[in-house]
Design a protein around this ligand. Structure first.
Ligand SMILES: NC(=O)c1ccc[n+]([C@@H]2O[C@H](COP(=O)([O-])OP(=O)(O)OC[C@H]3O[C@@H](n4cnc5c(N)ncnc54)[C@H](O)[C@@H]3O)[C@@H](O)[C@H]2O)c1
Length: 259
């Protein structure tokens, strides 16, 4: 089967681990030139080597999305290496899980990465996407929101607020960028087994077995998801097969919020 993203320059923020890593791998398998943008240099560089050994074009660029300088440099270095930006997957997030007791520092961390950081990378990526196809513009952006943007979970205030913001930001961006042929959509995962889940287990002293037993049954499919099960919907929304889809959010939550 033909590779669906042959030579498409795809940036994945938070690409060093979890859903981002699975997304980098899937886009690489589909022929994309993949840019891994992350603060985790060791894992990001190792993933770039792995993708290149498998025959793909891949580049790791150290990027803290909360830094405007970093966001601007990410796009400049991507364009220098690969010529343009076709797809942006806004996946990086800070998991600040606090309730009403959250401090200003907690709020600033959560908002500066999840909301402002996502906006900064998008701002500079869009400048480049507008130049695609001889200035007519073309691009696809997929934002990682969450089921947490729709439901209440204990002590998720600082995180859920940012994920709900991303659902709304997706619509605003889609409206503003439609004239430039740039589609903007979101995916909203349920519980996915990633490093973030392992960090959560560590914080709460839960074993993997307990975590799965607690989380699994809340999903209609009676289990948590795997990173690749989110990477495929991201790939779909970024693809030509989704050419008439913009401003939407796709639940990838095993049916969690249906109850
Ligand atoms: N895992 C889940 O259950 C779940 C559920 C719903 C939504 N999501 C969303 O999916 C996305 C990925 O989550 P995950 O579980 O794969 O997380 P993860 O912790 O496994 O990976 C996140 C990656 O983002 C990177 N990162 C963190 N802060 C960054 C920053 N400031 N700049 C650049 N990179 C940064 C980390 O180094 C890491 O490589 C997030 O947006 C998250 O909110 C995850």
């Amino acid at each position: 089967m033909a590779q669906r993203f042959k030579n498409q320059v795809t940036i994945v923020t938070g690409g060093s681990a979890g859903i981002g890593e699975a997304t980098c791998e899937l886009f690489a398998e589909e022929g994309a030139r993949v840019v891994i943008a992350d603060i985790d240099d060791t894992a990001g560089a190792a993933l770039a080597v792995k993708l290149k050994q498998a025959g793909s074009e891949a580049l790791f660029i150290h990027t803290d999305i909360a830094s405007e300088d970093n966001a601007q440099r990410l796009i400049a270095e991507t364009v220098k290496a690969f010529g343009t930006v076709d797809v942006l997957v806004n996946n990086a997030a800070a998991f600040v899980l606090k309730g009403v007791e959250a401090t200003v520092a907690d709020w600033m961390k959560s908002l500066s990465v999840n909301v402002i950081g996502t906006s900064l990378v998008t701002k500079y990526a869009v400048e480049q996407m507008k130049k695609n196809d001889d200035g007519k513009g073309r691009g696809a952006i997929v934002n990682l929101a969450s089921m947490s943007g729709f439901i209440a979970q204990p002590n998720f205030l600082t995180y859920s607020a940012t994920k709900a913001a991303l659902v709304q930001m997706t619509k605003n961006l889609a409206l503003d960028l439609a004239p430039f042929n740039i589609r903007v959509n979101a995916v909203c995962p349920g519980t996915i087994l990633t490093r973030a889940s392992h960090d959560h287990m560590e914080r709460t002293g839960q074993s993997l077995e307990d975590f799965l037993a607690e989380q699994g049954p809340s999903h209609l499919l009676n289990r948590v998801g795997q990173p690749r099960e989110v990477a495929y919907p991201i790939l779909f929304l970024a693809s030509e097969e989704a050419s008439f889809i913009t401003a939407t959010h796709l639940m990838v939550d095993g049916g969690y919020i249906a109850r």
